[in-house]
Ligand binder design. Structure first.
Ligand code: SF4
Length: 439
């Protein structure tokens, strides 16, 4: 009987990319992926510790899985990801049903850890530095036309609210030749779009001796690959965005006009407390430069509401910058105290009620600007790459994204999937655009 694995992935795209790698490795060990946890022999929880809500969600899933184990004592439960890296074997105390814990640096070690589990009741392996392997493992990517490709791990910034440098370690860029080889593999599997991933993707290459290797040089190499239609990259750090990179996005035909540039606060003093190395004015100058260079560029961002010590006046600076920049999308979250991070123990915590209130105001403002930025495209013709379809009242409705990451629905046919289609936009909402194939 083939072993079946079910994986639950919480958190960011890096975790999703890790889950694809875990499935790729487990398939070499005879496992097949299932979408039903009830029929799995191995359940994997890939955790996120960026906010308390995500941590609670992981343990709530583990509570449900405990019941599956009662019916099937041979079932194995594994926990990995950022909570595993941070909390280590303490997870066994909180969730005794867990059999295996492994960290963010030793995914490649899974075959060995599963063998250990045959002879041991519980196994926990958390490495501080990446596991050394001679073997190359390819990720098992989900179906579709877009694939994620991690190019850099970890982060050197140590923002005062963030656990990533503690859970993912210091910045490590992958060699360009390995990335290009994996991109070629992805294209040979039929994917048309690649999104390069990193916590600070535009820091790529800063840790190499050869300073000529950076994200723009990598994009220029990837842009040459036949069979690939689009390239994206997330998440950029404003401090690492260079003129050279902006120029590469402007010049390269496959690189999409889209930047996710987390600002986190519109107030310079709060930014300094967060240890974000830019001021409000510097950030504004940067986005204005990008907009001036690249027509129709979309800029999205993240904000934190209620960072320790944030006053109402400082919060209002965040609201005003949303109007000033007219972001295409703002992803806002209430500040969450995370273990190990400096800000978690500061006395000046903002009350739960104030954080919630500010978050609501931020979200309302963000929706208004997203709608305005989407309405700009009414009557315009945009290039869409459809990746899915559904039948509606006997018609085929295709869904895809524009180069600048807007979701578009339009009537078409299934043979248009994975090809560039020009669509004229007639309706705009917060979430998407609707259009018809341009004449
Ligand atoms: S740059 Fe991003 S990943 Fe790095 S510490 Fe700051 S918030 Fe975390």
């Amino acid at each position: 009987m083939r072993e079946k694995v079910y994986i639950e992935t919480l958190g960011c795209q890096m975790n999703r990319a890790d889950s694809e790698k875990i499935i790729g490795i487990l398939e070499t060990q005879g496992y097949t992926k299932t979408n039903s946890p009830e029929e799995a022999n191995l359940l994997v929880m890939n955790t996120c510790s960026i906010r308390a809500a995500s941590e609670n969600k992981a343990f709530s899933h583990l509570g449900i899985w405990k019941k599956f184990k009662k019916n099937n004592p041979a079932l194995k439960i594994a926990v990995c990801g950022c909570i595993a890296q941070q909390t280590k074997e303490k997870i066994f105390k909180r969730a005794p049903q867990v059999d295996l814990i492994f960290g963010t640096h030793n995914i490649e070690e899974i075959p060995e850890l599963l063998k250990q589990l045959d002879n041991q009741e519980k196994v926990c392996s958390i490495l501080k530095t990446p596991y050394n392997t001679e073997e190359k493992f390819y990720s098992k990517r989900t179906e579709g036309i877009s694939a994620w490709l991690p190019i850099i791990e970890g982060c050197d910034y140590f923002c005062t609210y963030c656990v990533v440098p503690y859970t993912r370690g210091r910045q490590r860029s992958r060699l360009p030749e390995d990335i290009i080889e994996e991109a070629q593999q992805i294209i040979s599997e039929g994917f048309k779009e690649i999104t390069l991933l990193g916590q600070t993707v535009d820091s790529y290459g800063n840790d190499f001796k050869d300073k000529n290797i950076n994200l723009s040089s990598l994009l220029r190499e990837l842009n040459k690959l036949n069979g690939l239609l689009r390239i994206r990259f997330v998440t950029s750090h404003p401090a690492d965005m260079t003129d050279e990179l902006i120029k590469a996005v402007k010049e390269l035909d496959k690189v999409c006009e889209y930047f996710h540039l987390p600002m986190q606060s519109g107030n310079t003093e709060v930014l300094a407390n967060m240890k974000r190395p830019y001021t409000r004015e510097e950030y504004l100058n940067l986005v204005n430069k990008i907009k001036a260079e690249i027509p129709d560029v979309a800029i999205t961002t993240d904000f934190i509401a209620g960072f320790p010590g944030e006053t109402e006046e400082q919060f209002n600076d965040t609201l005003s910058i949303i109007d000033e920049v007219m972001f295409d999308q703002c992803i806002a979250a209430a500040y969450s105290q995370r273990k190990q991070t400096p800000a978690a123990v500061w006395k000046e915590q903002v009350s739960y009620e104030d954080k919630k209130r500010r978050l609501n105001i931020l979200n309302t403002k963000a929706k208004e600007t997203t709608l305005k930025s989407n309405e700009k495209y009414l009557g315009r013709i945009l290039q869409v790459l459809p990746d899915s379809w559904k039948e509606e009242k006997g018609k085929i409705i295709l869904t895809g994204k524009t180069r600048n990451n807007k979701i578009v629905h339009f009537e078409g046919s299934k043979d248009m999937l994975a090809t560039h289609i020009n669509v004229e936009i007639y309706e705009a909402s917060i979430w998407c655009l609707k259009g018809e194939i341009a004449p």
